[in-house]
Write a protein that binds this ligand. Structure first.
Ligand code: AR6
Length: 172
């Protein structure tokens, strides 16, 4: 299974994959962090497409074209805001990964790239979030042909190390 998971340290907006996942908010109208970077790189057409969708509940995913990005689609996933862990955050974060993987599978996509959803402005503890991300993806790949490849795109070395440790099986 591990040959279907890549871990890279990069800017997700530069990747030529079938779909990149955005860590969006429920308004879908852009923001800071990876969301801001994706909107800047995709161009104003992305905001127009998001406006038409009209929002997305936490834990769910909405799909748009990627416009000027090298990817084909943007999967807008709305992660939970960390509130201490008793407000359903783990289930909602899990749902983001699962719903994005479902969209990829339905479209028979080859490659999907995920940022560390909720690990920036939304304050989710990194260790817990990365375990959820990794376990959901691992479980999904064991039971599905698509996507062929999942790429975890981490913005800094510390996060990349965390994911590498998970891939090496240290937290299984
Ligand atoms: N490529 C890959 N990862 C990135 C990039 C990038 N270009 N830029 C940042 N990251 P965040 P959230 C990492 O805050 O916590 C926005 O304002 C970043 O280092 O982007 O889900 C939205 O509009 C971190 O590890 O998303 C929402 O309002 C991870 O991406 C809110 O923030 C996620 O950080 C969502 O917060």
């Amino acid at each position: 299974m591990n040959d279907r998971i890549d871990i890279i340290q990069d800017d997700i907006t530069t990747l030529s994959v079938d779909a990149i996942v955005n860590a969006a908010n429920s308004g879908l109208l852009g923001g800071g962090g990876v969301d801001g970077a994706i909107h800047r790189a995709a161009g104003p057409e992305l905001l127009a497409a998001c406006r038409e969708i009209g929002g997305c509940p936490t834990g769910e995913v909405r799909v748009t074209p990627a416009f000027h990005l090298p990817a084909h689609y943007v999967f807008h996933a709305v992660g939970p805001i960390w509130q201490g862990g008793d407000a359903g955050e783990p289930g909602l974060l899990r749902a983001c990964y699962r719903n994005a993987l479902t969209e990829a599978s339905n479209r028979q996509l080859s490659s999907v790239a995920f940022p560390a959803i909720s690990c920036g402005v939304y304050g989710y503890p990194h260790q817990a979030a990365s375990e959820i991300a990794f376990n959901e993806v691992h479980e999904w790949l064991a039971g599905h042909e698509f996507p062929h490849k999942v790429i975890f795109v981490l913005y800094n070395q510390l996060m990349a190390d965390l994911y590498e440790q998970l891939l090496a099986g240290q937290f299984k």
